[in-house]
Write a protein that binds this ligand. Structure first.
Ligand code: RP5
Length: 163
């Protein structure tokens, strides 16, 4: 199956966070590719990735990075594909550095920024699925079922003292 989503990240150390995006895309049967593309350690690879992303058939890019997290903004500068940025929780500043680096894009180059850490990664995968579902009725049905099951899980056991 042609991968419509690229999940890139600045380092292998980001994978424990970024695998949340993969988890929900696996569940919703959306094909994706995963690569380490570092803005500062492999800048040429980043430029090449951004330039080739459309030709490779991707429709959405999820980019996770921590610290001085310039990866999402830089890749967005090289492609018209929508980029969903995930601020990875850094050790020194708990991800506030990552968040502010990703969210404060100057006008003219857009990056959609998710929450810090695992929730952000999962939601980036979820949002990529929602975007693709606009042109994929079967995926839309799977998304609806996922949301319904999530709601029923809460409604089925609303007592906070029970597991
Ligand atoms: C960023 O630096 C990465 O996205 C990662 O979050 C952070 C630390 O990278 P490593 O030193 O663990 O490779 O580029």
């Amino acid at each position: 199956m042609q991968a419509k989503v690229a999940v890139i990240m600045g380092s292998k150390s980001d994978w424990p966070t970024m695998q949340g995006a993969a988890e929900i895309m696996d569940k919703l049967q959306v094909a994706y590719e995963v690569e380490v593309v570092s803005a500062h350690r492999t800048p040429d690879r980043l430029m090449e990735f951004g330039e080739q992303a459309v030709a490779r058939g991707f429709q959405v890019i999820i980019a996770g990075a921590g610290g001085a997290a310039h990866l999402p903004g830089m890749v967005a500068s090289k492609t018209r594909l929508p980029v969903l940025g995930v601020p990875v929780q850094s050790k020194a500043l708990n991800g506030m550095d990552s968040l502010l680096s990703i969210v404060q894009m100057p006008k003219g180059v857009a990056v959609g920024t998710l929450a810090i850490g695992e929730a952000g990664a999962f939601n980036a995968g979820l949002m990529a699925c929602q975007m693709l579902a606009n042109n994929d009725p079967a995926l839309a049905e799977r998304l609806d079922a996922f949301r319904k099951a999530q709601t029923e899980t809460v409604l089925g056991n609303p007592d906070p003292r029970e597991e």
